[in-house]
Write a protein that binds this ligand. Structure first.
Ligand SMILES: Cc1ncc(COP(=O)(O)O)c(C=O)c1O
Length: 394
């Protein structure tokens, strides 16, 4: 696929697509005619090699029970070795239906009701929901915004980790929604603090492949054997290759006792089943779609550059927080002087754009918006024009 294919407009409303669902848009944004930039999937086709593989798999016609072949695991291991310099042990990879399922299972296995789980807001709101739905206590280690860049408040993390009621840190590496790609030093600090206080780490690395140079995704477990033993690494090809609807992911568990517990749970609740299409798609993606991903990253980076420049020229009071990774950009609207509720109304009703309000990610995000830029440039251009026109009415 050439870069220009990302320009193609694909009608997603012919299928029940959450991001474009008029009822969902009405419910969340108060109108159906908003242009959607909220849910974190891409409006692009999956890599052509994956589409071809799925067509061939469908054509064979038999969709019976399948096992996960060694070639599947080899494809995953080769990907992480070659792309991210992390060699995963084959036996450490456990399947899961998705990253959030893994997070929920791990929370249940390694904490009791009422235990504290540390998160770093503004952060992916589903962490909060999964903690609450499972009767655990949300403990915040808010990120700090310093000179336009978010950083971890390590003193506060130390204090939270030192409280024996707090048992787990959910790390988002790279971080949705603020786009930081944590450095080796930052991760090493987190590791050191958490191990010293017996806090386990669930590292959600679903966005690990979407990183812009010169930044590099550092897999948490690649820090050291001790770090790997204390952590659960949630991986998935879903964001990378736009396979979020395949419902398949992985959790890498280096600690043998933990792995046995996970295995037992997977067996008990029968979550260790295999979807023939997901397996075909994922193996093919990891084997054949690296060039496609490189093209995608170049296109996404141009989308970001387009938004950055448009805002600088046309709406200098609205600022982009420089993303290091993910296709979700974090935009600072605080200078507009609207409170969080009015800002949400302004974007939905005046600009007719469906962006995630920053406060969805914790009150620390108020005044900011998250925008998914994984769409054809022309759609982004339309969004910026709508924004500019609406801003003229303020
Ligand atoms: C940080 C993060 N984790 C997990 C998920 C969801 O993963 P899954 O669909 O595999 O449960 C998302 C989706 O937006 C995400 O951004």
């Amino acid at each position: 696929m050439t870069t220009s294919d990302f320009d193609q407009l694909i009608d997603r409303q012919q299928y029940p697509t959450q991001k474009w669902n008029p009822q969902d848009l009405q419910a969340h944004f108060g109108r159906e005619d908003v242009l959607p930039f909220w849910i974190a999937d891409m409006d692009f086709s999956a890599p052509p090699a994956v589409v071809e593989k799925l067509l061939a798999r469908a054509r064979q016609g038999v969709y019976g029970y399948e096992y996960r072949p060694e070639s599947f695991y080899d494809a995953v291991i080769d990907w992480y070795t070659q792309r991210h310099r992390w060699t995963i042990e084959r036996t450490h990879i456990e399947p899961c239906p998705g990253v959030l399922s893994a997070v929920a299972i791990l929370i249940n296995q390694h904490t009791e009701e009422g235990d504290g789980i540390i998160v770093q807001p503004p952060v992916f709101f589903e962490f909060r929901l999964v903690i609450r739905k499972n009767g655990r206590k949300l403990v915040k280690n808010p990120l700090r915004l310093a000179d336009g860049r978010y950083e971890i408040d390590f003193d506060d993390l130390e204090a939270k980790a030192a409280d024996p009621r707090n048992k787990i840190l959910i790390l988002c590496n790279p971080h949705n929604p603020i786009g930081r790609v944590w450095t080796r030093d930052e991760l090493a600090n987190i590791d050191e603090i958490c191990r010293r206080h017996n806090v386990r780490i669930i590292s959600d690395e679903i966005h690990g492949d979407i990183v812009y140079p010169p930044h590099r995704y550092v897999p948490f477990a690649s820090l050291s054997e001790a770090a790997a033993q204390n952590a659960f690494i949630c991986l998935s090809p879903a964001k990378t290759f736009n396979l979020t609807g395949m419902i398949d992911g992985m959790v890498v568990i280096a600690n043998e006792d933990d792995r046995q517990r996970y295995d037992h749970f997977a067996d008990r609740f029968q979550i260790n089943r295999n979807n023939v299409f997901a397996m075909a798609a994922i193996e093919t993606a990891y084997r054949e779609a690296a060039p496609w991903l490189d093209d995608l990253l170049a296109y996404l980076w141009q989308n970001i550059a387009y938004v950055r420049e448009f805002l600088e020229v046309n709406l200098p009071q609205v600022k982009l927080i420089e993303p290091e990774g993910t296709y979700l950009i974090w935009v600072d609207f605080t200078k507009l002087g609207l409170d969080a509720g009015d800002l949400a109304l302004f974007l939905a009703q005046e600009a007719r754009l469906a962006l995630n309000s920053g406060f969805w990610f914790g009150r620390e995000g108020a005044g900011f918006m998250r925008m998914n830029i994984a769409c054809p440039r022309s759609v982004l251009e339309e969004a910026m024009l709508r924004l500019k026109k609406a801003a003229g009415t303020l």
